[in-house]
Design a protein. Structure first.
Length: 510
């Protein structure tokens, strides 16, 4: 060993201390510097040798000394102090520092303290960077959680569930909404692929298996509608979509997809198809009725023509004349039925002609009453018009079609009112609306009959009586009123009578 090491120890220690980047100093009880290393020149721009004997207050300045004073007082009482501080230096440099004050005890008395101040600026910058990164990660996590929550809510609102299937391990993962769709407990494990058979009707499960097998063989996605079964036994329809997921080596390792609950859409589509089929059948029926009615009218006109010739022949004997009268009356009744069929078919096909004109109501009503008055007398019924005060009422209507509706209502009232009854026609001016009512004192209708009364070919049991008709008059009358922008409604009570009311808009300003 070199003996000079011992002789140069103080020099070596000084060199070592001066090369430490942290500030090292010794301050006595009077706060005078007794030693300082070279770092004070870097931090404060002062010569460390010249600092000896200088007060710490002069070094720090009033503001920084005031900040450190509490720690100085504490260390002089024998308590080690550790604290952080920003230390201003020359050229506006600010250093984040970690200061340690260590008391110097001699025989239990503090004679001074050692100050060790280390710059931690880079550490603080790193800490701030880490805090910012943590904050960003927390923000990203919050957004991820919000996104997951939004996804769950979107799936719930849209009745869409998602799933994944790890093929090798036969592990399936279901979203929350998928459990809800199938009515399964989300606390339980998702079913394996084979266990999915219990979730579908047999034919749907076969179709799903076929689609999955094809996807695994070809890599092509699939989409199909399946009928599923909930845990509570209820069934419904869903739209199932799936696609393959490949590993790095292009090997198919996973399937994933979505399930969309479409029961309402499926039922609506079925209803639409049925409605379309019904509409087509109804149109075909209406076209058939129209063609048959046209074909019937020609021979009927011939029959009635020959019957009329027989009636006009003065040489024919009374018995044959009576036969001609019966033939002519029967022909008229059949022709009336044929005309009803033609009108109803035209209305069903949207081919009926409506020609609205300004018409005064009172003469139109009186004409209808005159036409059925003889029929009412023959049935021993009283037919009357309720008195209506006020100015004349004008409507924009098709007079021919409105009279057809009113004649039908009057004719029905006459048919179904027992002898001695009363049929009353009344008009109510309700401002912009006028109502025409035909009220009878007949047998009345039950609630069940009222529900069916406007259905075509519905005679409510009258088909078993001698009362003529096909049950088309009221159905046709309601269609006529709808085409003219009006309505037809009915009120009835068994044993009291029935009232049919026609409502139409008046001409503006009248």
């Amino acid at each position: 060993m070199n003996d000079s090491f011992g002789r140069d120890t103080s020099q070596h220690l000084r060199m070592l201390v001066d090369h430490v980047p942290s500030m090292l100093a010794y301050w006595d009880r009077d706060l005078r510097c007794r030693f300082a290393n070279r770092a004070y020149e870097t931090w404060f721009g002062v010569d460390p040798d010249g600092l000896v004997g200088t007060s710490i207050q002069d070094l720090l300045g009033p503001q920084l000394f005031a900040l450190n004073e509490l720690y100085i007082e504490a260390v002089l009482k024998g308590h080690q102090q550790v604290f952080e501080r920003i230390v201003p230096g020359p050229n506006g440099a600010n250093r984040h520092s970690l200061a340690t004050y260590i008391p110097d005890l001699v025989d239990g008395e503090v004679v001074g303290f050692i100050a060790h101040v280390t710059e931690v600026t880079k550490l603080k910058e790193t800490e701030a960077s880490l805090r910012a990164e943590i904050s960003q990660r927390e923000l990203a996590n919050d957004r991820l959680r919000a996104s997951e929550s939004s996804l769950r809510e979107a799936q719930r609102l849209g009745h869409v569930g998602s799933w994944e299937w790890e093929i090798a391990d036969d592990i399936t993962i279901w979203s929350e909404e998928l459990y809800s769709i199938f009515g399964r407990d989300p606390k339980r494990l998702s079913p394996t692929y084979a266990e999915h058979a219990a979730l579908y009707k047999p034919d749907s499960w076969v179709r799903l298996q076929s689609a999955v097998s094809k996807a695994l063989q070809t890599g092509e996605p699939y989409s199909l509608e399946l009928e599923y079964v909930r845990a509570d036994g209820m069934s419904g329809w869903l739209e199932a979509r799936g696609e393959v997921v490949r590993a790095d080596r292009e090997e198919i390792v996973r399937l994933r997809g979505t399930v969309h609950e479409v029961t309402m859409r499926h039922l609506e589509e079925e209803a639409r198809i049925k409605a379309h089929a019904f509409e087509s059948a109804s149109r075909n029926k209406s076209e058939l009725m129209s063609r048959v009615s046209h074909e019937l009218r020609t021979p009927l006109n011939v029959i009635m023509g020959f019957a009329h010739l027989c009636q006009a022949d003065s040489t024919i004997d009374p018995k044959h004349r009576h036969w001609a009268d019966l033939i002519f009356a029967g022909g008229q009744q059949m022709l009336h039925l044929v005309e009803e069929l033609l009108d109803y078919s035209a209305a069903e096909l949207g081919q009926i002609a409506i020609s609205p004109v300004d018409s005064e109501l009172a003469p139109l009503l009186q004409e209808c009453l005159d036409e059925v008055s003889e029929l009412a007398r023959s049935a021993r019924l009283t037919l009357r018009m309720a008195q209506s005060d006020g100015a004349p009422i004008e409507l924009c209507c098709d007079p021919k079609r409105l009279k057809q509706v009113l004649r039908n209502l009057l004719s029905n009232a006459i048919k179904y009112t027992p002898p001695g009854g009363v049929i009353t026609v009344s008009v109510a001016d309700l401002g912009s609306i006028v109502e025409m009512a035909v009220q009878d004192t007949g047998v009345g209708l039950s609630p069940g009959q009222l529900e069916r009364i406007f259905q075509p070919f519905e005679r409510l049991g009258a088909e078993r009586s001698a009362t003529p008709g096909m049950g088309l008059g009221l159905a046709l009358s309601r269609k006529m009123m709808a085409l003219m922008g009006g309505t037809l409604r009915v009120e009835s009570k068994v044993g009291v009578g029935t009232t049919f009311t026609v409502s139409m808009s008046k001409l503006s300003g009248r």
